[in-house]
Design a protein around this ligand. Structure first.
Ligand SMILES: [Zn+2]
Length: 150
């Protein structure tokens, strides 16, 4: 979690990330640890960098996850993701859990196979809009997909 400068996370943001990741740690096979002295590039780089701030998209985009180090140039495997969520109170467990899902390889309903509605209940935390996501719970399909992938 970015701890200084333009994209620093304040305590409530950090708490939202911790809660979201705890949900993955508790409900899936993922082993998630926090690296307090991360390496940002090269061998042994940290898997995910969390930031707070703008990212050049319309306001209805609350967060964005992108790969900055694809494995051998592939589209769907990534060594390191950046997750940036808007500031001014936007960080919450739902958005943090959703963006973490992208970093773990999950997609929205429109990109799922078979295709699902963007607000389909079965998409759980990966519903495309926070407005149709009623809780920060992962959802059964998210848990299954995470455990299947990892
Ligand atoms: Zn998304």
């Amino acid at each position: 979690m970015d701890s200084s400068g333009e994209f620093e996370l304040e305590t409530p943001d950090r708490d939202a990330v911790k809660s979201a990741l705890s949900r993955y740690r508790t409900n899936t096979d993922l082993s998630i640890t926090y690296d307090a002295t991360p390496v940002f590039s090269g061998g042994g780089e940290t898997d995910t960098i969390w930031q707070e701030g703008a990212f050049g998209m319309p306001d209805y985009f609350r967060g964005l996850t992108w790969c900055n180090d694809p494995v051998n140039g592939t589209r769907h495997r990534c060594d390191q993701h950046y997750i940036r969520i808007r500031g001014a109170g936007t960080y919450n467990q739902k958005i943090a859990g959703h963006e973490a899902g992208h970093a773990f390889g999950l997609v929205h309903g429109a990109e799922a196979s078979p295709v699902q509605g963007q607000c389909a209940d079965r998409m759980g935390i990966m519903r495309a809009s926070v407005s149709c996501t009623d809780s920060p719970g992962l959802g059964a399909v998210v848990k299954q997909n995470i455990n299947w992938i990892y």
